[in-house]
Design a protein around this ligand. Structure first.
Ligand code: ADP
Ligand code: ADP
Length: 239
């Protein structure tokens, strides 16, 4: 049973731009999908549609078999709990520690952080520490996020995403702000953590070589349309 289904999805922005144009595909558990294409092709529009950060104009999106167009309020929050996100610019709360970001990160970007710091379950703290050790950040639990390097910040972003035990992981240009050696470490971590847990992963990338190195499947976008969908070995030169 697929975890994500797009059926003839179109997304038209207010100014008339077509971000997605008749996009149809399904994602299964354990797939590691690179979404590639030039700037403006619709990669982030596609990821943002899965998380319902905006509504699509036409077509249907199913998450775990459920049509997300109808999901609102607490139901939408329950759906989003299945979806982890990793961002190009990390989206950490910089005045908080590494551990606090992993424990409270979701609250952070939902704007309801005030009053929640320091309130957590002991088992959640143990889980956060375990995740941070898994990505070699065990020595930085109490370091302020502001004081980390880019690669370390993204590791905290990874731990935060896995904290919610997602079924789907969306990574929007996760290595675009990193130097090549940090980028490799981050891609290795995302790949090994997602595949060990059989999480379906969609990663927006603009580097085709990185897509080829990791992806089980590549979706190529151009002007909002899918122009390629298959294993990286089948990619022609024109994707
Ligand atoms: P990519 O992530 O591949 O660079 P995007 O999904 O950001 O592409 O953009 C796809 C198209 O939609 C582009 O033409 C872009 O200019 C347009 N677009 C993206 N966001 C908006 C927006 N908020 N309002 C209007 N047009 C947008
Ligand atoms: P509320 O219903 O309390 O307003 P939402 O779940 O609608 O909270 O989230 C508000 C904002 O938080 C969203 O617009 C989005 O930017 C961000 N957000 C929520 N859930 C996620 C998530 N799983 N991944 C990334 N960003 C999220």
């Amino acid at each position: 049973q697929p975890v994500v289904v797009f059926e003839h999805v179109c997304k038209r922005y207010g100014n008339g731009t077509l971000g997605l144009n008749d996009v149809t595909f399904s994602v299964y558990p354990g797939e590691f999908i690179a979404v590639i294409g030039p700037s403006g092709a619709g990669k982030s529009t596609l990821l943002r549609s899965i998380n319902k950060l905006h509504n699509v104009t036409e077509g249907r999106i199913l998450i775990g078999g459920e049509d997300i167009s109808k999901a609102k309020g607490s139901h939408l929050r329950t759906l989003r709990r299945k979806i982890g996100m990793i961002f190009q610019n990390y989206n950490l709360v910089y005045r908080l520690s590494v551990l606090q970001n992993v424990l409270h990160g979701r609250l952070g970007y939902m704007g309801s952080l005030q009053g929640m710091i320091g309130r957590y379950r002991e088992e959640d703290k143990e889980k956060a520490v375990e995740l941070l050790k898994e990505i070699d950040m065990g020595d930085f639990l109490n370091t302020r996020a502001a004081d980390l390097s880019g690669g370390q910040k993204q590791r905290v972003g990874i731990a935060r995403a896995f904290m919610q035990e997602p079924q789907i992981l969306l990574c929007d240009e996760p290595i675009a702000s990193l130097d090549p050696s940090s980028a490799k470490i981050i891609m290795d971590m995302i790949y090994s953590m997602a595949s060990r847990r059989r999480i379906a992963c969609l990663v927006n990338l603009h580097q085709i070589d990185v897509a080829k190195a990791y992806a089980t499947r590549v979706i190529g976008l151009r002007k909002g349309r899918i122009v390629f969908d298959g294993p990286p070995g089948d990619m022609g030169d024109d994707v």
